[in-house]
Design a protein around this ligand. Structure first.
Ligand SMILES: NC(=O)c1ccc[n+]([C@@H]2O[C@H](COP(=O)([O-])OP(=O)(O)OC[C@H]3O[C@@H](n4cnc5c(N)ncnc54)[C@H](OP(=O)(O)O)[C@@H]3O)[C@@H](O)[C@H]2O)c1
Length: 343
């Protein structure tokens, strides 16, 4: 370890974007602390054979790991920390309805709370070195797509934290950049493949007509994505730019897919965008589900509970929503003063 060069901590550096970033920063001359949480990861980093690239034991969800690492950096690097790159992340795909709550908690723990934990722990060291923070978000941090609801929630939340922090840290001039990669060629696709194969078997039979196609399409997109993905080195170069630019950008989008989808979403009305994404993802309205014949309930509100029913005048084509609102207003005015009415 060399404490004379500026030190950068990269989390989740055992593979993919984290490894490519750690490698590039080390080649550039930084003293890189590469977070790993298993022996295979440590070996992978050591195999890079660079003196200024050191594996450090860091499960980002563990307070004790973070505390120990911070203490070590404080002891060995009097200049503090020049960069924190929050990269570690997980993203097992699942439909929102079928997501396991414990897994969602885990995704939020790794992708949202862990970066926050690291930012809080590293800020004193970053202040010492007039350092910078780079967070790896995702295309799914600004476009929520089917099958990645929990992952998107974690990245949207991460971006929200960054938005607040960016302003709060202005007094110390600590820049925060958010990197939003599209599909990047890393082991994340293998992990998604395994998860999708397992989960497709677990779809409840009665929901098969809605979800089977969605899972099958997700698997197809995963394979296509794996083949057409941008190499992780492209993200690494962007991280380097965020660390070195005189005025680092707030957001960096990496990959034509991320830029394209973001543009389409910003130009299209949401319903159109949903219909487009639904058609591509295999989530179009199913013919197996009967239409509701307009939005009006079969029994008008009020019928059966003693209050007057709403007359649905089809000739005037009054929307059932309007009817509902008018009905509600009428009920409120007739029931004012009743013992259980809101005050
Ligand atoms: N690849 C893409 O298409 C893509 C697109 C947009 C954003 N991203 C984001 O890019 C980041 C890196 O992903 P990747 O594509 O490079 O995937 P990856 O190759 O699977 O790398 C994920 C890294 O995170 C580490 N990690 C997971 N849980 C951890 C924990 N609790 N503590 C410490 N490290 C942990 C993994 O370590 P182990 O090896 O020990 O599991 C691994 O080093 C993630 O934040 C991901 O959301 C990826």
């Amino acid at each position: 370890m060399n404490s004379l060069r500026p030190t950068v901590l990269v989390t989740g550096a055992s593979s993919g974007i984290g490894l490519a970033t750690a490698r590039l920063l080390a080649r550039r001359g930084y003293d890189v602390l590469a977070g790993v949480r298993c022996h295979r990861g440590r070996q992978t980093v050591q195999d890079e054979g660079m003196q200024n690239l050191s594996p450090v034991w860091l499960d980002v969800t563990r307070d004790d790991h973070v505390e120990q690492l911070i203490a070590e950096i404080r002891q060995t690097r009097p200049d503090g920390l020049f960069g924190l790159v929050n990269n570690a992340g997980i993203g097992p795909p699942a439909a929102v309805e079928l997501s396991d709550i414990d897994e969602v908690r885990r995704i939020l723990e790794v992708n949202t709370l862990a970066p926050l934990r690291l930012i809080q722990a590293c800020l004193p060291l970053l202040r010492d070195a007039r350092g910078r923070i780079v967070n790896i978000s995702s295309l799914n941090g600004f476009v929520a797509l089917p099958m990645v609801g929990a992952y998107s929630a974690s990245k949207f939340a991460l971006e929200a934290l960054c938005n607040s922090l960016r302003v709060e840290l202005r007094p110390w001039k600590i820049p925060i950049s958010v990197v939003r990669p599209g599909q990047i060629g890393t082991p994340i696709f293998d992990k998604a493949r395994t998860a999708l194969q397992e989960r497709a078997q677990q779809i409840p039979p009665e929901l098969g007509y809605g979800y089977s196609k969605l899972y099958a399409r997700a698997a197809q997109f995963n394979e296509r994505g794996a083949r057409a993905a941008t190499p992780p080195e492209a993200v690494a170069r962007v991280v380097l730019r965020a660390l070195e630019a005189r005025r680092p950008r707030l957001h960096y989008v990496v990959g034509a897919d991320a830029r394209g989808l973001g543009l389409v979403q910003s130009l299209m009305p949401t319903r159109w965008f949903d219909a487009l994404v639904g058609a591509l993802a295999g989530a179009s309205p199913s013919p197996a589900v009967p239409e509701r014949n307009g939005a009006a309930p079969a029994t008008p509100p009020g019928a059966g509970d003693g209050s007057p029913a709403v007359p649905l005048d089809s000739r005037k084509r009054r929307s059932s929503w309007l009817a509902l609102v008018q009905h509600q207003a009428r009920r409120t005015s007739t029931s004012s003063g009743a013992p259980n009415s809101p005050r």
